[in-house]
Each structure stands twice: as C-alpha cells, then as structure tokens.
Write a protein that binds this ligand. Structure first.
Ligand code: ADP
Length: 190
C-alpha cells in the first residue's frame, strides 16, 4: 500500500495531477477542498461551517477537517493506497494523520511538493476563478490570504516530513505531461 501526500501552495496543480496519478497507480484520491465543496453544494452543516472560512481564504478549523478526512479514509478500506490532496495543511493535521494511519498499520510513504512562484500561481488561480466560479479564486486579496495561511501554517510541514525522510520536491512549472512525468519519476523510485 502506498499513501502519498501531494503538497504545495494553492494553484500548484495538486488536483490536476492527482487525477492522472490516481488512475496510473489505482489510488483513492482524497481532496479536502473537494469534500468541503461537495458539502457546500449539498448545504450540509459541515458545508455551511466550511464556507464561512473558505470564502475568506482561511483554513477550516483542524478538528472539523481531521474528522472529515478520517471518515473518508474509513469509507474506502479496499485500496492500493491513498493520494491525499490538500491535507494535511497544519502540523496538528499531519500528526493526526500519522496517528490515525499507524492505528490502521498504514503510513505515509512520501510527501511530494509541487513548486511554483507566487506570480505564476496568482495568474493560474485568477484564470481558474473565471471558469470554476470559486469565490476564493476570483479575488487577489483572498488568494494572497491563502498564501499567507500556507506560509504560516502549512510550510512548516516541510520540516515535519523532511525529518522523517519523506519529503520530495518537483517543479510544477511546465506542461501538464511534463509535470506528471516528474511526479511519476519520484513515485516509481519509492
Ligand atoms: P487550493 O489548494 O487551491 O487552496 P483547495 O480546494 O485544496 O484549493 O482548498 C480550498 C479551501 O478549502 C482552502 O482555502 C481552505 O479554506 C479549505 N481547506 C481545504 N483543505 C483544508 C485543510 N486540510 N485544512 C483546512 N482547510 C482546508
């Protein structure tokens, strides 16, 4: 079983690449952003709560996010592995994930970071906002707030995974195929 975390700033291409990788390696793709958006669309209590944070570009509180993630993993027991996209985003989430997987005799095999400069990411997100209608992608102030959240709360996870010798970096700049190939090279060597 291979469990992989796709790591990177908003707009780095985690979701796009995950859709290729999940097919290639028969993994279950779990995107916390997608799960929140599904709940928002279906007007659940969780969705209402998440929306109030997401629309501002703030992270949703850990407790809620961790519970949602664990429920989703439990729903999918029969798999080659999981591809986590957008989770963990805080140290508490990373610790909760390690503990939770350990209890199930599983572990994270690798965390792969997709990297690109902020100016490239801002352009991509504003472009995505035009078609996706995502409120958090349509406004540069909200995008910059997400980068701030990332720098403050998520970037420290690099050290967390480096300490476990599980951290890999890949450039997220280039055509979709080129970036996929970079990721595949890392995964095939694990
Ligand atoms: P992006 O990577 O472009 O920000 P996502 O779909 O991954 O897009 O996330 C959108 C929003 O959903 C985040 O800005 C945040 O509000 C919320 N979110 C997603 N994952 C998490 C998480 N692990 N912890 C807290 N909030 C999250």
């Amino acid at each position: 079983m291979v469990n992989i975390v796709l790591f990177g700033k908003p707009g780095a291409g985690k979701g796009t690449q995950a859709s290729f990788l999940k097919k290639k390696y028969s993994l279950i793709h779990i995107s916390t952003g997608d799960l929140f958006r599904y709940n928002i669309k279906n007007k659940t209590e969780l969705g209402k709560l998440a929306k109030s944070f997401m629309d501002k570009g703030d992270l949703v509180p850990d407790q809620v996010t961790i519970k949602m993630l664990e429920d989703e993993v439990k729903r999918n027991t029969n798999t080659n592995g999981f591809l986590f996209d957008g989770f963990p985003r805080t140290k508490s989430q990373a610790e909760a994930l390690d503990n939770f997987l350990n209890e199930k005799k599983m572990e994270i095999k690798a965390t792969i970071s997709l990297e690109a400069d902020d100016n490239i990411l801002i352009k991509r997100l504003l472009e995505r906002g035009k078609s996706s209608k995502r409120i958090d992608d349509q406004n540069e102030v909200k995008i910059i707030n997400r980068f701030k959240e990332y720098n403050k709360k998520t970037a420290p996870l690099k050290a967390y995974y480096k300490d476990q010798n599980k951290f890999y970096t890949v450039s997220g700049v280039g055509s979709l195929d080129i970036v996929t190939n970079r990721l595949v090279e890392v995964i095939d060597r694990l």
